[in-house]
Design a protein around this ligand. Structure first.
Ligand SMILES: [Zn+2]
Length: 139
């Protein structure tokens, strides 16, 4: 049932350990700037808004809207050949940050099934013993 995952995997490190630990529990967590309250992504110790080191972790709602997408019909590398067609996308998280992800849960992807601004919700794909990747499906 479980196939060997043969694509590149993230390497959690100091600034992103919590993010990946929470993702493995199927929760999406962001960093927030404690100076101005803005959430940001990707996780890093210094906020990109205020360059503040006063930051904290926050659990995201998991809700987002589709910002932009493509439908990939040609695999960028042989490891993706079994996935095509698939949908790389950028989503606007409810908390504000944008993130790169994939849209899933729509069957065979066609442009008719995807609309800019459509509501989405996070879902997680377990790809190894330690890594689960956040992806989004229609809400
Ligand atoms: Zn800030």
């Amino acid at each position: 049932m479980t196939q060997q995952y043969n694509k590149p995997l993230p390497h959690p490190q100091g600034e992103s350990d919590v993010y990946w630990q929470k993702a493995k529990q199927h929760e999406l967590w962001l960093r927030r700037c404690d100076e101005c309250g803005k959430a940001y992504f990707y996780p890093r110790d210094i906020s990109p808004c205020c360059f503040s080191k006063r930051t904290s972790w926050m659990k995201a709602s998991g809700r987002a809207r589709l910002h932009t997408f493509a439908i990939a019909h040609r695999a960028p590398t042989p490891e993706f050949a079994a996935d095509v067609p698939y949908v790389p996308a950028i989503v606007d998280l409810e908390e504000g940050p944008r993130m790169a992800t994939n849209i899933v849960g729509i069957g065979e992807p066609t442009p008719e099934k995807l609309r800019i601004g459509m509501p989405l919700v996070v879902t997680f794909e377990d790809v190894s013993d330690t890594i689960a990747l956040p992806k989004f499906r229609p809400a």
